[in-house]
Design a protein. Structure first.
Length: 163
């Protein structure tokens, strides 16, 4: 938690818990695995990482807390935020930026994929494939370096509920 002094020079006040930082690019090791700056994780941090490993899409800290409560009794939301911050700093998680969505995170070691966002419930799931021939979409004289695709629509649960 960050501590800052107020402008009047009085006692320090605690600011709101800020979201974890955006992930730095994970550096591959000679074995092709992401470089981990600090492999030392607490039991709770390992448990929180396992929640991400089991997920079928990027998660918010609140979702991690809700999904992990049964396996990680006594873990509070602040602990989840601290764990996410450390896992991002060590290259084990990365932030996923999706418009009109809270900050979400996923395992950095996952292979390249895309996302589908339900416009009704906000659920986000992974799409494992890329569309073919992306180079055909690139303007003449430009070079494609990377891409991220987010599809928007209705998920299976929302479609079933509206039927």
């Amino acid at each position: 938690m960050h501590v800052r002094s107020n402008s009047g020079g009085g006692p320090a006040e605690k600011s709101r818990l800020s979201p974890p930082p955006v992930a730095r690019e994970a550096r591959p090791s000679p074995l092709g695995e992401p470089h981990v700056a600090s492999a030392t994780l607490t039991t709770r941090q390992r448990g929180i990482l396992e929640v991400f490993q089991k997920a079928n899409g990027p998660l918010t800290p609140q979702e991690v807390w809700e999904l992990g409560r049964a396996d990680l009794p006594g873990v509070g939301l602040a602990t989840v935020y601290r764990a996410i911050r450390k896992l991002v700093e060590t290259g084990q998680l990365r932030q996923v930026e999706i418009a009109d969505s809270l900050p979400r995170y996923e395992c950095a070691a996952k292979p390249h994929h895309h996302h589908f966002r339900c416009v009704q419930c906000g659920r986000i799931v992974e799409i494992p494939k890329c569309p073919p021939r992306l180079d055909d979409l690139v303007p003449r004289g430009f070079k494609l370096l990377d891409h991220s695709i987010i599809l928007y629509g209705l998920c299976d649960q929302c479609m079933a509920a509206s039927a």
